[in-house]
Write a protein that binds this ligand. Structure first.
Ligand SMILES: [Zn+2]
Length: 583
């Protein structure tokens, strides 16, 4: 993933004064109001409503439904907002306030516990004017309750993973009406149990399941906000192969974190002329049920049926298309295992450019017809050079295909979707393309075991991006010295991340890259390259953890002191010394 700062700033500006933004959590909805300026306010809780009065004019004038079942009406004047609840809603809203800082507008946050989510912390019913600045806390996810089985190794997104199953293959049949954003689908999921189980959890969000079958037997299932629990009807021993056929439909919507808009949302998204999908980290559940976690990679066979004026694109190998009436079905196959977050679907009208790389890798690049044929052509012309560069560092390109696809719409980030990187229609430097390309080795072929290990993706991609951007050693050193000094001043926390809200922060990227730069200067370039290839070859097409990386480096180098060295760079609270940069 590559998230340019400029885009974040632009989105921040674009959403200010659009009130409110709604984010969904497992246990609550969070309404975020961007305020034009800081202001004191009073909270007035009454039976069935919440009123907040500001001292200054901070809101746009609105009167509408918010689309949440338990809110009957939302209205605001420039100084007052009011939420009117359905009579059945008895939860206590909680109000907090973030003052303007660092270019972000002041925000008022209203947390509305979902019905049946247990007792909420009562809001302060005071009518005294108050301005407070608590950091709104993230709800703590709890690991799924397993009657038996593996402890869940994932602490950041535990609900996305069922550790008791190992999916082998997803066969998805997607029928899409792009104008209505309507999806009718079946998912045939071939899996193996890794423990004795009587039920299975799959991540799934926003669409309605009509049936779950195992062969001819209908299975009982229960859909919750972000998952479906499927009862197998009996206790099944470990190592049993099961195929589940799940039929579902609806209008997919992206997953939003608190305070995010549709633009920021992750997963399946409709835009003016079509549809695109960016899943990292937990958006795959917005369009198919699955074990939506990087540790469970599987093969995919996907067919997408769309009106014939559209082209539908997926990762892997294109297997052709067939027309039925005014509909066209496109079929794709990924025979190399792929994590769910690396899958993508794009539906639009495209110009397609095909070529080959290395005399064998099939390239397909897609530009929506609304985008100029010359857009980023100079950067893409460097693909053969990027291939030579990456193969010199890591060894042969892992897959049989590559390509890039541009979206016609702004996206929250560029993404290394497997064999087909996704880019927004904003210009990027060549090293932005190199970043996503390098993920095909580090991220896609070797995939992290948990989200906390994300620096094994982003630290590596940033490392190669740095090397590509600064081919002269002296320039690289000067650049790294600036970064190291800055990260120290910022007291940047370690790249191994245990705080969900910081997962895609510069900790994984910049401090993650410094792990590798420091190791390279410590070992020397030739020895570093040798060990990097050992690591790659050990874990390609599979998963690795930070511990796997440390152990591989220690073993391959024969240097036991590298264990403490790497641990301080990967887990240490302080940014370690990097003496080679200051000589
Ligand atoms: Zn990345």
């Amino acid at each position: 993933m590559f998230k340019p700062f400029a885009l974040i700033a632009a989105l921040t500006l674009a959403v200010s004064q659009a009130a409110p933004r709604i984010g969904e959590h497992p246990d609550k909805y969070r309404l975020v109001f961007d305020l034009g300026t800081d202001s004191t306010y009073q909270v007035k809780n009454a039976q069935g409503s919440l009123t907040i009065e500001f001292q200054k004019a901070v809101l746009p004038v609105e009167n509408r439904s918010l689309g949440l079942p338990f809110i009957q009406n939302y209205s605001s004047t420039s100084t007052t907002l009011q939420l009117v609840f359905a009579p059945t809603y008895t939860q206590m809203p909680m109000v907090s306030y973030l003052p303007a800082s660092g270019g972000m507008a002041a925000r008022l946050i209203v947390d509305l516990p979902k019905e049946g989510s247990g007792s909420a912390v009562p809001s302060n019913p005071t009518t005294e004017p108050r301005v407070e600045s608590p950091q709104p806390s993230e709800p703590q996810s709890t690991a799924p309750q397993q009657a038996s089985g593996n402890p869940n190794p994932e602490t950041l997104y535990p609900d996305s993973l069922d550790p008791n199953i190992d999916v082998q293959n997803y066969t998805l049949d997607l029928r899409v009406k792009p104008e209505q954003n309507q999806l009718d689908a079946t998912a045939s999921i071939q899996l193996k149990t890794t423990q004795t189980v009587s039920r299975i959890h799959l991540a799934f969000y926003g669409l309605k399941i009509s049936s779950v079958k195992q062969g001819n037997t209908s299975l009982k299932f229960d859909q919750q906000s972000r998952k479906v629990t499927i009862q197998l009807g009996k206790t099944v021993p470990r190592n049993t192969s099961i195929t589940l056929d799940i039929a579902y439909s609806g209008v997919p919507r992206p997953v939003l974190e608190p305070g995010e808009t549709y633009e920021d949302g992750i997963g399946w998204k409709k835009h003016k002329n079509g549809i695109f999908v960016l899943n990292e980290p937990n958006g795959a559940m917005t369009w198919f049920p699955g074990n939506d976690h990087p540790s469970d990679k599987a093969t995919f066979k996907v067919s997408i049926t769309v009106p014939s004026k559209y082209l539908a694109v997926f990762n892997g190998t294109a297997q052709g298309s067939r027309n039925t009436g005014n509909q066209t079905t496109y079929t794709y196959q990924s025979i190399e295992p792929m994590a769910t977050y690396l899958t993508t679907v794009h539906i639009n009208q495209y110009n397609v450019e095909r070529s080959t790389l290395n005399g064998g890798v099939q390239v397909r690049n897609y530009r929506p017809v609304g985008i100029s044929k010359t857009f980023q052509a100079a950067e893409l012309a460097k693909l053969p050079d990027m291939m030579r560069f990456m193969e010199s560092w890591a060894g042969p390109y892992p897959f049989k295909e590559y390509g890039v696809i541009f979206t016609e719409h702004p996206t929250p980030y560029a993404l290394e979707t497997q064999t087909l990187s996704t880019f927004p229609n904003r210009p990027l430097k060549d090293w932005g393309f190199l970043h996503e390309f390098s993920h095909q080795w580090f991220g896609n072929s070797i995939t992290p075991k948990t989200w906390s290990d994300l620096w094994l993706n982003e630290g590596f991609a940033t490392f190669f991006q740095d090397l590509y951007q600064y081919p002269r050693e002296a320039d690289l050193k000067a650049f790294l010295k600036t970064r190291h000094t800055r990260n120290r001043t910022q007291q940047m926390k370690p790249p191994y991340i245990k705080e969900r809200e910081e997962l895609f922060s510069q900790r994984a990227y910049q401090r993650g890259a410094l792990v590798l730069h420091a190791l390279r200067y410590r070992l020397g370039d030739a020895e570093f390259r040798r060990i990097l290839k050992v690591y790659y070859n050990t874990y390609k097409f599979s998963n690795a953890s930070s511990e796997d990386f440390i152990q591989t480096v220690v073993k391959a180098s024969g240097k036991t002191d590298l264990k403490a060295f790497l641990e301080s760079w990967i887990y240490g609270r302080l940014v370690p010394d990097f003496p080679e940069l200051y000589r």
